[in-house]
Design a binder for this molecule. Structure first.
Ligand code: HEM
Ligand SMILES: *[C@@H]1O[C@H](CO)[C@@H](O)[C@H](O)[C@H]1NC(C)=O
Ligand SMILES: *[C@@H]1O[C@H](CO)[C@@H](O)[C@H](O)[C@H]1NC(C)=O
Ligand SMILES: *[C@@H]1O[C@H](CO)[C@@H](O)[C@H](O)[C@H]1NC(C)=O
Ligand SMILES: *[C@@H]1O[C@H](CO)[C@@H](O)[C@H](O)[C@H]1NC(C)=O
Length: 325
């Protein structure tokens, strides 16, 4: 494998015309010949997990976002702590205690290794899983091909997470800048934020929104304060969660944009989408169905899933998604 990898690297650097193919050109059906059942295996595992708990599907969609924004879409977010690397991305502030879905990736990887050992990267499994979670959570309305051919990275550092992942307290300028940093434009940012139509947030993530002076609907504000205000270290709100979307919380749909318009969203970063005429117009279009949010989301997920993809010069196909080879 190492020899084949370095030969490929040499080929890539010599044949400039092939450079695009060697550096992150992903393909639909990438495993057609080498592991034709790979995508079916992932889909079956995601189906099982989402039927048991819709929240796991939300977790998988978020996992892809958090993977891709830090070190590229290279499964760096899946790496566990080791003696040599005690603080991987998982331990970073945006991730620790809130990411979920890892065991679905493990189950898919185990089943794939049993069928086609050493062939399918964890980064691709995660991209397929996020796609499949979107498919099931949307009641099949979001249904798209996910190109593949990513390799798995070897670096993962908690320190990098806060540098690249936007905070829930971000304003519109921060959000646009963090997405632009990764080659995503303001439209992609608005479309991808619609993922906050599923899943949960920990009350610890909304403490800045509990005053009554925020740009929030007053009844939503009272409801959120009742559930989430942390009054001390033993307050159960320290561990409590709330739904992202209190209307259709288990369905991945455009309800999020109606919630933004009604000021019934959890984060400052959600409310911030009304902060410019350009983004507010997009919110309005997606809310009333004119924007065809589902197909925009499909395209934006493909675009996000191509960030910083690794090749044979800097990646590998892990055997276990939690540790480098
Ligand atoms: C725009 C900037 C974003 C910010 C500031 C942000 C922030 C957050 C925060 C703080 C949570 C709650 C975590 C917790 O307390 O458990 C969350 C949840 C979530 N986010 Fe985002 N997010 C952003 C964009 C995205 C994007 C681009 C996606 C995917 C396309 C996404 C998907 C999700 C999902 C599905 C959940 C629910 C996770 C679960 O239930 O486990 N978010 N987000
Ligand atoms: C894999 O097969 C599908 C369906 O026949 C086709 O659309 C796709 O282009 C193929 N991809 C590759 C890389 O062979
Ligand atoms: C806002 O909160 C403050 C302090 O809790 C309270 O005195 C005030 O009456 C509240 N205002 C409204 C409009 O609820
Ligand atoms: C929150 O959960 C953790 C882990 O289960 C537990 O140790 C802690 O006591 C809980 N805190 C509160 C305030 O319930
Ligand atoms: C990341 O990994 C590459 C090899 O894949 C290595 O050359 C580089 O130094 C690493 N960077 C960090 C910050 O660890």
């Amino acid at each position: 494998m190492a020899a084949a990898g370095s030969q490929l690297a040499v080929l890539c650097s010599l044949v400039l015309l092939l450079a695009a193919a060697c550096h992150g050109a992903l393909e639909v059906g990438y495993y057609n010949n080498t592991c034709p059942t790979a995508e079916q295996i992932v889909r079956a595992e995601v189906k099982k997990a989402v039927s048991a708990n819709a929240g796991t599907g939300a977790g998988l969609i978020r996992l892809l976002f958090h993977d891709c924004f830090v070190e590229g879409c290279d499964a760096s977010v899946l790496l566990d702590a080791t003696e040599d690397n005690p603080q991987p991305e998982k331990q970073g502030m945006p991730n620790r205690g809130s990411l979920r879905g890892f065991e679905v990736i493990d189950a898919a990887k185990d089943a794939i290794e049993a069928t086609c050992p050493g062939t399918v990267s964890c980064a691709d499994i995660l991209a397929f899983a996020a796609r499949d979670a979107s498919y099931f959570l949307s009641g099949y309305a979001i249904d798209f091909d996910m190109p593949a051919g990513r390799l798995d990275g070897r670096n993962s550092s908690a320190d990098e997470t806060l540098a690249y992942l936007p905070k829930p307290t971000a304003d519109l300028g921060d959000l646009v800048a963090k997405f632009a940093d990764k080659g995503l434009d303001v439209g992609d940012m608005v479309v991808l934020s619609g993922a906050h139509s599923v899943g949960r947030a920990h009350c610890t993530s909304v403490q800045d929104r509990l005053g009554n002076d925020t740009d929030m609907d007053p009844s939503f504000n009272r409801w959120l304060r009742n559930k989430c205000l942390i009054t001390g270290p033993s307050d159960p709100a320290n561990n409590a969660t709330v739904r992202q979307d209190t209307v259709t919380g288990k369905v991945l749909d455009s309800q999020y944009y109606t919630n933004v318009l009604r000021q019934r969203v959890l984060f400052k970063s959600d409310a911030a989408l009304l902060g410019s005429p350009e983004t507010a117009t997009m919110v309005g279009d997606y809310a009333n169905g004119d924007g065809q949010w589902e197909s925009m989301f499909e395209a934006a997920m493909v675009k996000m899933a191509a960030i910083g993809v690794k090749d044979a010069t800097n990646g590998e196909i892990r055997i276990n998604c939690r540790s480098v080879n």
